[in-house]
Design a protein around this ligand. Structure first.
Ligand SMILES: Nc1nc2c(c(=O)[nH]1)N[C@H]1C(S)=C(S)[C@@H](COP(=O)(O)OP(=O)(O)OC[C@H]3O[C@@H](n4cnc5c(=O)[nH]c(N)nc54)[C@H](O)[C@@H]3O)O[C@H]1N2
Ligand SMILES: Nc1nc2c(c(=O)[nH]1)N[C@H]1C(S)=C(S)[C@@H](COP(=O)(O)OP(=O)(O)OC[C@H]3O[C@@H](n4cnc5c(=O)[nH]c(N)nc54)[C@H](O)[C@@H]3O)O[C@H]1N2
Ligand SMILES: [Mo]
Length: 695
């Protein structure tokens, strides 16, 4: 890896955010001294968010792990002693060999999106564990419900071009808070507003984004699916439809019409907690497809997919623009994710073919969202070793008391590869130091725009830190594996990440990315993906009647899937725990990344709970009071913020705090449920009843 000791190096923001910024890192005497958003990259537009603008704080933090260590204290206690890389790798290889001799499926890799890079996030790691025959991991913790609901309707994670939205006239921001979690995308929505668009935010709380929109509708959490069904009912009953688009580019319209006949605003009002006339006028305004509302755009995010009916909610919403023909316009339609536009060669990156085919030993898949249950209950075989990288499950997975109990198992061999000593790292037997994005090579697609971004190492690894890929090369060697695919250099992996035979990849060739650091997919500009139909579903149409769901034996039509925990769906539970808790992303954190660094913790203040004045008064809670938020699963503490930004009955705790920085050693996931979503097996973080009391 050649590293310049002077100059400006092209980089990519690695974090799990739709914006995937192109960055420039200035290096002097081998030290990164400045970081900024690439001015020539249109979506980044020279700006970074409040977190990554201070990225060098993270890179050079005195909390960085710099050497391999082994546990000397109890599990979870976080006491370690320095060892050499040789000792660390020999220990891991010996344990893995031992366990694999019985059944390699007792070994579980655990990773998510600490880096979104294709090299450090889904290449040699996957190849190594495939070759080993380890358990497979179903990576469901964020978006699997919404992704499947979208796929059932639209066919792939493709939607409106985020740069084209400036010409939209009515924009529904649904289950997302772009001011916080999609700042660069927000710039385009604001430009639309300047050009006369009306912005409507649909979110149970007045988020930073809702405060800047023309209208804010606050449904009860997990009821968006009912709202969308009622909108469809009005569009159909009032004939606010694009009949030509429906006839040519959709399937199942008659069945849909039949299905939603009873889903009137009167039906949806008690479910959503929104007034009947508000629902009806939202639908009528949305259906004003030849008038002021044209083109209309729905910008969804994943906030609404973290409830029991999250998959179906996204599916229902995804039906709307085909009814009105909003897809005809480049600025219209709907956008959840752009990731399906990238011709990423996942098979070449991950090499599932390396998995050993053995009689009587089929691959076993573990759902990452329910890692507590898996560690405590999985059989045939039980999990005997876990290797965590790019993730902090003890803090981010639901029902964390069970997760902690699982990680605390004395007989579990736990490896954690991290930049920092996270809540999860405290449970490691072997703790390995990881490089930051400035110290390794990568290449990125994204889910929020149409540009690929390359990352070149700007500085040498700090201390003895190593990139994920390097550790897996070393482990493969110690395991005695010989397949060349396990030893490929990062440069070669990066060059093969996109299928170069694909027309879209012409804009993101290795040469183009090396030269400029970023490249736009070779797609028309503006890109109006479904103006002429051509949906990537089996029928080639927008599927009101989903062949995918039918093939899965599920209800093929849009439907109402109520929340698991709400006063309407579970009155008995609500009698004991009457408040609905949501725990959306905090502005200064990225999941738990950044939440250990003083600058961001200070900025965020501390764990807090927003509560409506009426709910606070009923419990004798004053602003600033220390609160205990609890249910049958557990409890955590936070400071009361009494505010009308949340509706009565809903409480909000911006997340995700590290447990060890949370006062009582718990964060909000102590109370969240490990029940699955209706589709995709995701977690239902925002479908969670609690009671609140003074601590
Ligand atoms: N600053 C910052 N940025 C981030 C992240 C972060 O932690 N911090 N996380 C990143 C990640 S991992 C992701 S997946 C993305 C997207 O992450 P998302 O979780 O989609 O984040 P937001 O865009 O903040 O949108 C969530 C919004 O949905 C609202 N919400 C909660 N429940 C419901 C509901 O039932 N219905 C409706 N309509 N709204 C609901 C919340 O109040 C919140 O304002 O953001 C990424 N960007
Ligand atoms: N209550 C509640 N819980 C949530 C959410 C919520 O909204 N509310 N959001 C959920 C969502 S959307 C998501 S996506 C998940 C996120 O869950 P995770 O993907 O686990 O995200 P992070 O907490 O940021 O942890 C990523 C870790 O990877 C490490 N890392 C970064 N780069 C590298 C690298 O190159 N190598 C290695 N080895 N490690 C690296 C970072 O230091 C960090 O500790 O959390 C979920 N949990
Ligand atoms: Mo996420």
């Amino acid at each position: 890896m050649s590293i310049a000791s002077q100059g400006v190096v092209r980089a990519a923001c690695p974090h799990d955010c739709p914006d995937t910024c192109a960055m420039e890192v200035t290096v002097a005497d081998g030290r990164a001294v400045k970081i900024r958003g690439a001015a020539d990259m249109p979506f980044t537009n020279g700006a970074l968010c409040t977190k990554v603008a201070h990225y060098l704080d993270r890179v050079y933090s005195d909390q960085r792990l710099l050497h391999p260590m082994k546990r000397v204290g109890r599990k979870g206690e976080g006491r370690f002693e320095r060892i050499s890389w040789d000792e660390a790798l020999d220990t891991i290889a010996a344990r893995f060999r031992d366990i694999a001799a019985d059944d390699p499926r007792a070994i579980l890799p655990y990773s998510y999106a600490g880096t979104m890079g294709l090299v450090q996030g889904e290449s040699l790691d996957r190849r190594f564990f495939h070759r080993l025959g380890a358990s497979l991991l179903d990576r469901t913790i964020c978006a699997s419900a919404g992704a499947l609901g979208w796929k059932a309707t639209i066919g792939a994670s493709i939607g409106t071009d985020p740069e084209a939205v400036v010409d939209a006239k009515l924009i529904l921001i649904w289950g997302g808070n772009p001011v916080v979690s999609n700042l660069h995308g927000w710039r385009y929505l604001q430009e639309a507003k300047r050009r006369g668009a009306k912005l409507v935010c649909i979110d149970p709380r007045r988020s930073e984004t809702a405060a800047k929109c023309d209208v804010h509708l606050a449904p009860w959490p997990g009821t968006d699916g009912a709202l969308a069904l009622a909108m469809m009912q009005v569009l159909i009953a009032d004939d606010l439809l694009d009949h030509d688009y429906i006839a040519r580019h959709t399937t199942g319209f008659p069945q849909l019409a039949e299905r939603v006949r009873g889903c009137t605003p009167e039906w949806a009002a008690p479910l959503t907690g929104l007034p009947v006339d508000v629902i009806r006028s939202l639908a009528r305004e949305y259906g004003d497809c030849r008038g002021a509302a044209s083109p209309s755009l729905i910008r969804l995010n994943y906030g609404l997919n973290r409830c029991a009916g999250g998959g179906m909610a996204v599916r229902n919403i995804a039906c709307l623009p085909a009814l009105t023909g909003a897809w005809r316009h480049a600025a219209g339609g709907a956008l959840l994710s752009t990731s399906g536009n990238f011709p990423i060669d996942h098979k070449a990156l991950q090499r599932p073919d390396l998995y050993p085919r053995q009689e009587g030993r089929p691959p076993r898949t573990i759902n990452m969202a329910f890692i507590g249950e898996a560690l405590l209950e999985a059989q045939e075989p039980p999990i005997r070793a876990i290797y965590v990288y790019n993730s902090n499950p003890v803090a981010v997975a639901p029902d964390s008391n069970r997760v902690k109990a699982g990680f605390a198992r004395e007989d579990l061999f736990c490896v954690v590869h991290e930049l920092f000593q996270t809540d999860t790292a405290d449970y490691a037997d072997i703790l390995l130091p990881a490089t930051s994005q400035l110290e390794h090579r990568d290449v990125h697609g994204t889910y929020g725009h149409l540009y690929a971004v390359a990352n070149f190492p700007a500085i040498a690894p700090l201390g003895e830190a190593k990139p994920n890929t390097e550790v897996f090369r070393l482990l493969a060697e110690r395991m005695g594996f010989t397949e060349p695919a396990l030893f490929e250099p990062d440069e070669k992996i990066a060059a093969a990440a996109f299928r170069l035979g694909d027309r879209r990849a012409l804009g993101v060739t290795p040469a183009a990315l090396a030269q400029r650091g970023w490249g736009r997919l070779n797609l028309p500009r503006p890109f109006a993906p479904f103006a002429e139909g051509g949906f990537p579903t089996p029928s080639g149409k927008c599927e009101f009647h989903s062949s995918l769901l039918a093939a899965m034996g599920q209800d093929p039509l849009p439907a109402w899937h109520p929340p698991a925990e709400s006063p309407v769906s579970n009155p008995a539970l609500a009698a004991r725990y009457p408040l609905a808790l949501i725990t959306p992303p905090a502005r200064n954190f990225l999941n738990t990344s950044f939440a250990n660094l003083p600058r961001f913790r200070d900025e965020e203040g501390g764990p807090r709970l927003q509560i409506h004045p009426d709910d606070a008064a009923a419990r004798g809670i004053a602003d600033g009071a220390r609160l205990r938020i609890h249910n049958d699963r557990g409890e955590f503490q936070a400071q009361a913020e009494v505010t009308t930004d949340v509706r009565r009955g809903v409480v909000v705790s911006p997340s995700v705090w590290w447990q060890k920085f949370s006062g009582d050693g718990n964060n909000a996931n102590a109370v969240t449920s490990s029940a699955p979503t209706d589709m995709g097996g995701g977690p239902i973080f925002y479908d969670c009843l609690v009671e609140v009391a003074r601590a």
